[in-house]
Design a protein around this ligand. Sequence first.
Ligand SMILES: [Zn+2]
Length: 383
Amino acid sequence: MLTEILLPDPKHLCLNDISRPDEVIIIAVCSTQSQGICPGCQQPSQRVHSRYQRCPADLPVAGKSVRLLMTLYRFFCDNRKCRKTTFAQRMPTVLEAYARRTNRLTNQVLQVGFATSGEAGARLLTEADKIKLARHAKREQRFAMIQGLKKQGLSIREIARRTQLHRQTVTRYFKAKTCPIYREGVKRGSKLDPYIPEVRKRLALGYSKATTIFDHLKKKGFCGSYPLVARFVAKAKKCEQFGESSQQNLTVPLSPRRAAWLLFQPEQKMSKEDKEALKQMNQADETIAQIHRLAQRFISMIRLSEANALLPWLSDVAKSRIDTLKHFACGIEQDLDAVRNALCLPWSQGQVEGQVNRLKLIKRQMYGRASFELLRKRVIGCP
Ligand SMILES: [Zn+2]
């Protein structure tokens, strides 16, 4: 009974010990799940590599702050095609990857912020938390709005139309049971990064032992650890063994959102790193390169109003094997005349949209209680 109250996820955690070395209560727990899912390839594994500990802050007890001392597993990934050799067990029900607070504590901190309209709460929060809070407040508002419309029986499409939000965004909030919390992207860098070309050069020359490469790098000024080099070399060898180009698998990963964003940027506005990342993405995967070319063509067609480029673009998309783009092109084809006119005529439907918007605003001000007659009078009567 007590453990059920104390532990964030009693089903997957087992209580080992509670201690109070000073002002902090430490609750030691361990995982009861003897299997993990590899984040690289989604395959389950039960082969334990080692144990590791995380120590996130949890909800306070009787005014004392609490830390969970979690002992979790590190598993081997036995999938030979996966680029991970081992992976850490994650507990998404308790806390996010890399998080230093449990989910339930994060939620409470956010709620304190809302309840005090950010005033007293804000003093408890750091600058970074404040930014997070503001973003979360926006999401919370959006969540409440979309759930409200859902209760009225509106479809996802209709909600997207009314709120002017992207349909995917609406879908996410529509299906969620609680307001979604997003984790920020983690940008990882390592001491090895500047030396990667040198390592590749040594590997290409036939020096495959990590120790020799490590000694060589140290002479060049590398100050990182040996395991860092060893891991990199092992991965490079694994890639080579399975006939993949090592270049593509060893770059620092971009978050999916950032990668997608890069595809739609005009090249002249990009920083040097972004250009390099884009180049690597394009080289690594022909589908991505294709998406990039098609996206850039579409954007320039819209910006420069090139109506003649529309049909060739649509036929090239139809020839591609990118389902999402095909789906999008299909939508355009259904409205082909309208889209073509939008590209070649100087007029737009902005006026009409504005009038529709005004009409809806007036209608909703009356909360649907008044008759059509009153609506008519108000629309015509007040310019
Ligand atoms: Zn894997």
